[in-house]
Design a protein around this ligand. Sequence first.
Ligand SMILES: CC(C)(COP(=O)(O)OP(=O)(O)OC[C@H]1O[C@@H](n2cnc3c(N)ncnc32)[C@H](O)[C@@H]1OP(=O)(O)O)[C@@H](O)C(=O)NCCC(=O)NCCS
Length: 177
Amino acid sequence: MLESVAMKDEDSDAARIRTAVYEDARPIYRLIRGHSDALLLRPLSNVLENLDRFLVAEAPGGEVVGAICYGLWPEIGDELRTSAELQSVCVDAAWRRRGVGRRLVLAQIGRLRALHVGQIVVLTYATDFFASLGFREIDKHAIMYKLYTGCVNCPKHEDPFTCPERAMALGAEAPAP
Ligand SMILES: CC(C)(COP(=O)(O)OP(=O)(O)OC[C@H]1O[C@@H](n2cnc3c(N)ncnc32)[C@H](O)[C@@H]1OP(=O)(O)O)[C@@H](O)C(=O)NCCC(=O)NCCS
């Protein structure tokens, strides 16, 4: 199902999905800053340190119109079933609903599957988008390590359990929320 969806969007004015290079770091940084309502902000230094984990969507004119990163959480799962997290998933507003977000996620899933991760999780408000890609809601208690090393530092909400973002996962037996 996922492959056939990915093919659908390949036309001449589609954005190209590719791995990030250092010239993309500032455009990625600005794109994430532009989505501070939905995304955890990253300092430029963090984008630079994690550059090899980013994919970008490049418009035909060369500008970066989408980005996606991932994190690895061997603490959630175990050494042979490490969890991966999709992070900084964003598409410029002018490029939405054209399949760019879907292609970014599918490409990142492909990279993570090649690592044989146990599951791919995401914390998000965009539940319909991730549900359309096969993600299912999970209980936030299943990712406590992430909540108390990452989310707990987020200035937006006092408690990860009162944060309205939902936890979703692909590729694991997800306990009911
Ligand atoms: C979420 C986001 C990345 C989606 O990017 P996009 O390029 O518009 O998504 P796509 O065009 O690939 O959409 C794929 C499918 O997801 C679903 N979808 C996408 N956006 C949706 C929305 N706003 N409401 C409901 N369903 C949506 C639809 O099923 C859509 O398929 P369709 O257009 O054929 O109906 C984009 O809206 C965004 O950057 N939002 C702000 C940042 C954010 O919330 N990121 C997620 C945090 S983890």
